[in-house]
Design a protein around this ligand. Structure first.
Ligand SMILES: [Zn+2]
Ligand SMILES: [Zn+2]
Length: 93
C-alpha cells in the first residue's frame, strides 16, 4: 500500500504517513501543530449504495436476450415490450 499523502491544514506542508497511521494525531513537521492523518477507508464509490441493476446502460431483453439500450422499452429483435412485459406484434400476418 502506498503511503498516505496529505497536506497540513494549518501550513499546507506536504506530508506523508504510512496508511496504518490513518486517523492518528501527529505533529506537523512544518508548524508543529497537531493534525490528524486522514483516513484511506473512503473509496469514493462506496458512498453510493450498490445499484440494484449491475449493468448500467445496457439491459437484456428477458425474452430473447438481445441487448437493449437503457431507455429502450421495445426489443427490436423480438418485439418484447419491457413496460408491458410481453411481446408486441405489429404485423397483421
Ligand atoms: Zn503544519
Ligand atoms: Zn427480445
Amino acid at each position: 500500500m502506498p503511503d498516505l499523502q496529505f497536506s497540513c491544514p494549518h501550513c499546507s506542508q506536504a506530508l506523508e504517513a504510512p496508511d496504518e497511521m490513518s486517523g492518528d494525531a501527529v505533529e506537523c513537521p512544518g508548524c508543529s501543530r497537531k493534525i490528524t492523518v486522514p483516513g484511506i477507508g473512503k473509496p469514493e464509490q462506496a458512498s453510493a449504495p450498490a445499484a440494484p441493476s449491475p449493468a448500467t446502460g445496457v439491459e437484456k431483453c428477458p425474452s430473447c436476450g438481445s441487448e437493449l439500450a437503457s431507455e429502450a422499452v421495445l426489443c427490436v429483435s423480438c418485439g418484447y415490450h419491457t413496460g408491458l412485459g410481453k411481446k408486441i406484434t405489429t404485423s397483421l400476418s
